[in-house]
Write a protein that binds this ligand. Structure first.
Ligand SMILES: Cc1ncc(COP(=O)(O)O)c(C=O)c1O
Length: 393
């Protein structure tokens, strides 16, 4: 098998048979001509190959799905209009009233709030394993275990092999949100996870210009999610977005290498700065799970760095963030541009203050998405903003 860097360029793509175009054409169409009634009936019955309607499948989207399936080592993949559409489609297709989903928090706030919405309205029980530990949280009603390969925003890791051992013994499906790592750093299926999910809005797209989601795994697991996600949720990815993300994925390995190198330098700087109480980055030897990160991650430790200001107040956080010049204050992550945000008031404002406290998301916590700019310029920006924050008191 070719290296990931080669597959990122070539997988899922071949020159367009009609025109010879090397870049995958944008199939900007809602429906597809099937010619005869007989052929239409065969396509609808699943007895003949062919496209029928872009909500169900589209050639540009299919090229992207094939590329992601290849990079994650999966049999197949299905793309969605956003990461959140992928999450809802999994929940709606896998769970019935009375079933439980156990998650290993902290999670991206939007995912946790989505789970809580289902918990209240559709009789699905949502269990946060942080309260009693994973094994004690599982019950005969548990259908799904949800985990993030690097948690948002505190950069905690879960041992995927240990999680899957517990799940497999009980016939529970495991889903890993691999958004923060991308297949460049971690491929959850290699650790026994059943389904891998991404917000493609982040590293896979990589340029902050599109939203998308994807789920990869075995056909028997993906087929029902596709049926619900496209047939009932209508969460299909648009062909133009698929084209942009396809283009982004080609440079994923190059970008990830730059993100990781930059984040490592930024983390080293922050961890020795007197105004910083703690720096969360799995590449630091001081990270409590550095040994697990070395085993589970490959080629680096990611592009996200979170840190806690010694003066852990919202005022101190605002003074820092408002004085950054190269880092743009915004949510999202994984873009070539560096971004900075205050999770307690943005990405994690949807969850309760108690859940935030349990997850270590305080008022002084800042999350950086380190872009591909020169790390020394980013460090200079942070140094000045930290000084301005100190002077603001
Ligand atoms: C880890 C993680 N999962 C899922 C999502 C949701 O993805 P989207 O915004 O594409 O719906 C996000 C968004 O920030 C995220 O950070």
């Amino acid at each position: 098998m070719n290296h990931l860097r080669t597959r990122a360029v070539h997988a899922g793509q071949k020159p367009d048979p009609a025109s010879g175009a090397i870049a995958t054409p944008i199939s900007q169409t809602s429906a597809f001509a099937y010619g005869t009634l007989e052929n239409g009936a065969a396509i609808f019955a699943g007895e003949a190959d062919g496209y029928r309607y872009s909500r169900f499948a589209n050639p540009t989207v299919k090229a992207l799905e094939d590329k992601i399936a290849d990079l994650e080592g999966a049999e197949t993949a299905v793309a969605f209009s956003s990461g959140t559409a992928a999450v809802s489609s999994v929940v709606l297709s896998q769970l019935s009233p009375g079933d439980e989903i156990v998650f290993l928090g902290p999670l991206y706030g939007g995912t946790e709030s989505l789970f809580n919405a289902f918990d209240g309205r559709f009789g699905i029980r949502v269990v946060d394993a942080a309260e009693r530990g994973l094994e004690a949280s599982l019950s005969p009603a548990t259908r799904l275990i949800w985990v993030e390969t690097l948690t948002n925003p505190t950069l905690h890791l879960h041992d995927l092999t240990a999680v899957t051992a517990l799940a497999r013994a009980r016939g529970i499906t495991t889903v890993a949100d691999n958004t923060f790592c991308s297949p460049y750093l971690t491929r959850p299926l290699e650790h026994g996870i059943d389904l891998v999910m991404h917000s493609m809005t982040k590293y896979l797209g990589g340029h902050g210009d599109s939203t998308g989601g994807v789920l990869a795994g075995a056909e028997r697991l993906i087929a029902p999610v596709r049926a619900t996600g496209m047939g009932h949720v209508g969460g299909n990815l648009a062909p133009h977005e698929a084209f942009l993300i396809l283009r982004g994925v080609k440079t994923l390995p190059l970008r990830m290498a730059a993100h990781c190198a930059g984040a490592a330098e930024v983390a080293a700087f922050l961890s020795s700065h007197p105004a910083v109480a703690a720096t969360h980055y799995p590449g630091l030897a001081s990270h409590p799970q550095h040994a697990l990160a070395r085993r589970q991650m490959e080629g680096g430790y990611g592009g996200i760095v979170s840190f806690e200001l010694a003066r852990g107040t919202r005022r101190a956080a605002a003074a820092l963030l408002d004085n950054l010049k190269l880092f743009t204050q915004a949510v999202s992550l994984g873009d070539v541009d560096s971004l900075a945000c205050h999770p307690a008031s943005t990405t994690h404002s949807f969850i309760s203050p108690e859940a935030r406290a349990r997850s270590g998301i305080g008022e002084g916590l800042i999350r950086l998405s380190v872009g591909i700019e020169h790390p020394q310029d980013l460090i200079a920006d942070l140094r000045e903003a930290l000084a301005a924050s100190a002077a603001a008191e």
